[in-house]
Design a protein around this ligand. Structure first.
Ligand SMILES: [Zn+2]
Length: 256
């Protein structure tokens, strides 16, 4: 897996926004399309036709802000294969309208986008990967405040479990409460890609200690945790004890 962007929601001079490319055998799945991912993808040299599917966890710009630029890249690089894009149902309607608005209509781009609604509890098979979507509470409080006034806005958010031949990876994207981790930690994933922005690290680490994954890569780490170099690593080392972990950086390639 290649970390295209491990940044959080705030702008940063040294971290791109959330985007990850899962590469398993010949299967390539892009998970989130934060700002800056088109350049990161280009740098890999991977063929534009080799992307098998895109999964979008939720509609915050640090996760979808690079999506239309990526579609523009696919058009200019003359992709021809249909591209399945998985997102929440209301997100699909908004993304379709957005592509029309940024002058990337279906008739122009030269390939078909197959819009597929993310459904919790229904496994999705993409090549060598089976992907499960799990709803998170990331946008629940915003929905409470704004849902009635903005009925077209998607307030759904998802985490994912990706399974393949002999491995299992949990990918939190953005969560809202520590208990959002429960479905990801079942059956001990080999690797957990875990955000560190939206929940208190103390109870988060208590859950990770109680149900440890094989390894943890922290991403989306809140800027305040990084103010003092080395401080959050030292705290995590002490708090997580024997559970192996790393703080991922843009460009890191993680195996599992
Ligand atoms: Zn985010």
């Amino acid at each position: 897996m290649i970390c295209f962007g491990v940044g959080e929601g705030w702008p940063s001079e040294d971290r791109r926004h959330a985007s990850f490319l899962y590469r398993v055998g010949r299967t390539h799945v892009l998970l989130d399309c934060g700002d800056g991912m088109s350049g990161a993808f280009k740098a890999t040299g991977i063929e534009y036709d080799d992307v098998d599917a895109v999964f979008l966890s939720h509609m915050h710009s640090d996760h979808v802000g690079g999506f239309s630029m990526f579609v523009q890249s696919l058009w200019l690089q003359q992709r021809r294969r249909p591209l399945p894009v998985y997102a929440a149902p209301k997100a699909i309607a908004a993304l379709k309208a957005w592509l029309d608005a940024v002058v990337l209509p279906a008739e122009l781009i030269g390939f078909v986008i197959e819009w597929r609604p993310l459904v919790a509890g229904v496994p999705m098979t993409v090549g060598d990967l089976v992907i499960h979507a799990h709803p998170t509470r990331h946008l629940v409080s915003l929905e409470r405040s704004f849902g009635a006034r903005y009925p077209q806005t998607s307030f759904e958010a998802f985490s994912f479990v990706l399974e393949g031949n002999g491995f299992r990876v949990g990918h939190t994207a953005d969560i809202g409460e520590v208990r959002d981790l429960e479905p990801l930690l079942k059956a001990r994933p080999d690797l957990l890609i875990c955000e560190l922005s939206h929940v208190d690290p103390e109870p988060l680490c208590a859950v990770l200690r109680a149900s440890p994954p094989g390894r943890i890569a922290f991403v989306h780490v809140a800027r305040e945790h990084l103010e003092v170099p080395g401080r959050v690593e030292a705290w995590l080392r002490e708090t997580l004890g024997p559970v192996p972990f790393m703080l991922a950086r843009d460009g890191d390639v993680l195996s599992f």
